[in-house]
Ligand binder design. Structure first.
Ligand code: AMP
Length: 171
């Protein structure tokens, strides 16, 4: 995965002081890195009977759609409140300071679905945990979560205790 790591750029103090933002745009811009990331994201789930991939706004849309293509399934977006046009199921969750919410169309997944959740990066795991719960709220089975980057020191994986978690690059 060194080839992928070489395409990730650190941006200190973005979006606020003290945060080192992992900028994946050079990886997305590179055809070989993009292909490798797409293939590796889904590798553990090739025989897991995934029926749909879900991804969170906004970078989860990029990698989630590519993962869906790899698995030959469709993609369902999880969005910030007020963005989805049809009826939604919503879930609020706590952040370090304040709270956030995610929404999914009520017909995005159903009880017959086996879902792979994809995002670019897992930090504290709050976003992914809320996403898993939202998908389960609609009755679907959450099979696993796949991330390009995992910030190990923030222990987000612990919030996803019951699920299979797959990350390509660790910091
Ligand atoms: P969390 O809920 O703390 O796991 O945060 C995950 C979400 O925030 C993901 O959608 C990431 O894209 C974004 N994110 C959090 N920390 C970073 C970081 N250091 N670099 C890039 N994206 C981040």
């Amino acid at each position: 995965m060194d080839a992928l790591k070489a395409k990730i750029r650190d941006i200190p103090d973005f979006p606020k002081p003290g945060i080192v933002f992992k900028d994946l745009t050079p990886l997305i811009r590179d055809p070989l890195a993009l292909r490798l990331a797409s293939e590796e994201l889904v590798k553990p789930f090739l025989n897991a009977d995934i029926t749909v991939v879900a991804g969170m706004e906004a970078r989860g849309f990029i990698f989630g759609s590519l993962a869906a293509r790899e698995l030959d399934v469709g993609f369902v977006p999880l969005r910030k409140p007020g963005k989805l046009p049809y009826q939604v199921e919503a879930l609020s969750y706590d952040l370090e300071y304040g709270s956030a919410a995610l929404e999914i169309h009520i017909d995005g997944v159903d009880s017959g679905d086996r879902v792979l959740l994809v995002d670019d990066l897992i930090a504290t795991g709050g976003t992914a945990q809320a996403s898993c719960r939202l998908i389960e709220k609609l009755g679907a089975t959450l099979v696993g979560c796949a991330f390009v980057v995992e910030l190990d020191f923030l222990r987000g994986r612990e919030k996803l205790g019951g699920y299979r978690v797959h990350s390509l690059i660790h910091y």
